[in-house]
Design a protein around this ligand. Structure first.
Ligand code: URA
Length: 439
């Protein structure tokens, strides 16, 4: 009897890899390389990757697995290199920032133009909303005309001429793009290995020379405890350093939403207030702390990030950046047409506001996605009228909810139930910047 030669087949397959991780095993380098490559090219199905992500979520990964998973995601696409670019005859001071995800976390929007105004060059591969947290791209796309889908040549041009480009990761770490979208709708976001590899694959591939991470701690963060957020920060700093990116992290509080707005366009409006020299104190404090770290990491001496807010140079840079990417930063921004207000039943002092509950409420209002690729509502969001520790008068508004879909209001109100309180005394004050992690 004769047999035809069999088609070459890999000795690896998705069910075995899923089973290994499901049963608490360690994935081999070959298995990780294969599954990332096969998923990127459509040879592993979404259902199989979802099962593997859930197994990773439940079983975790060793540091070796995280490093290999990150490397495989970087290798799934191209790696940008801006080391040849010059301004005034000198190499660009390339530096970027990334947050592990927060509620009301609009910091990138005022931060990037501040660093531009200080002489830095920011190649920012930004993300969309993930789970209960918002994404910089969903917020910026609320600006009429703004696009984050820009060509590599335009990114290079903007870095030289303006000092920044904010772009969708595109062909950078395409494995992360697919996995990120899947995690968003399969309840697999809150995983240290998956967050560390997602953040660092994009940031290493985007071609920055220095990186400042904002690792969130608190109810609105993806990880539950400060110890886990610290571990996440350390893991990311180590990954960046291994790839020659000067990486450091700040550990910052995320028990309470940042600022007074949570949503898409509504957060852009608040960011413009910061750029105009105003805005909520916590947003200004964190923005300037991160700006100082970025300038230091980029070797920009004797710059004063706060001065760029006072003298209007950061606002000018923001307008120029938005215009270069097709938008008009002075245009009116959308706000949901359907509203509901939560009023204070009694007077007193505003207590803590649970960031996770506010994030979920805003997601229910339509600011985030429940199926991959869903169009978000730019006008969805919540305005927080009283922040923790502020005096409250009986009957006054505490929260205003905005959406274009009236049926979304009741589920959002339910999320807010029990997530805040008004009492006789102020809640304990927590430091916004908890620690700084370097190696
Ligand atoms: N930001 C990312 O890019 N990925 C995550 O998983 C979380 C925050």
């Amino acid at each position: 009897m004769t047999f035809d030669a069999p088609a070459p087949v890999s000795h690896l397959d998705a069910p075995s890899i899923i089973r290994t991780k499901r049963d608490g095993g360690v994935l081999s380098d070959a298995a990780i390389d294969w599954v990332i490559d096969a998923y990127t090219h459509g040879r592993v199905a979404d259902a199989q990757m979802s099962a593997l992500l859930m197994a990773i979520f439940l079983r975790g990964m060793t540091n070796g697995e995280i490093a290999r998973w990150t490397a495989a995601m970087i290798a799934s696409g191209e790696r940008l290199d801006f080391s040849d670019l010059r301004r005034g005859g000198k190499p660009l001071a390339l530096v970027d920032k990334h947050s592990t995800g927060g509620v009301g976390d609009k910091i990138t929007i005022p931060l990037v133009p501040i660093v531009m105004a200080c002489g830095g060059a920011v190649p920012q591969a930004a993300g969309r909303g993930l789970g209960h947290t918002g994404g910089t791209l969903d917020k910026l796309e609320a600006i009429p005309g703004f696009t984050a889908e820009i060509a590599k040549s335009q990114i290079r041009q903007q870095l030289c001429d303006l000092g920044a480009a904010i772009f969708a990761a595109g062909e950078l770490a395409p494995a992360d793009r697919k996995i990120y979208a899947l995690r968003d709708v399969t309840a697999t976001t809150e995983s240290l290995p998956l967050i560390a590899s997602s953040v660092m694959s994009k940031k290493i591939a985007e071609g920055t020379r220095a990186l400042v991470l904002d690792s969130k701690v608190g109810s609105g963060a993806f990880l539950d405890t400060e110890a886990e957020s610290r571990e996440l920060a350390r893991t990311m700093v180590e990954l960046g350093t291994e790839y020659g990116v000067d990486t450091r992290a700040l550990l910052t509080d995320m028990h309470v939403p940042l600022g007074r707005t949570v949503g898409n366009a509504i957060e852009v409006v608040e960011s413009l207030e910061v750029l105009a020299g105003g805005g909520p104190a916590d947003v200004v404090e964190l923005t300037l702390a991160l700006a100082r770290e970025m300038c230091d990491a980029a070797g920009l001496d004797e710059v004063d990030p706060a001065a760029t807010l006072r003298d209007g140079t950061a606002m000018d840079r923001f307008r120029a950046l938005v215009a270069a990417q097709g938008g008009d930063a002075t245009a009116a921004l959308p706000l949901g047409s359907q509203t509901e207000t939560v009023n204070a039943a009694q007077g007193g002092t505003m207590g803590d506001i649970d960031a996770m509950a506010v994030g979920l409420a805003v997601w229910r209002l339509g600011a985030g996605r429940s199926v991959p690729g869903e169009q978000v509502q730019f006008g969805a969001g919540i305005r927080i009228h009283r922040r923790p520790g502020e005096p409250v008068t009986a009957g006054e508004p505490l929260f205003t909810l905005y959406t274009d879909t009236s049926e979304r209001l009741v589920p959002a109100l339910r999320e807010l139930d029990g997530a805040w309180s008004v009492g006789p005394s102020a809640p304990p004050v927590r430091p916004l910047i908890i620690d700084r992690i370097t190696i």
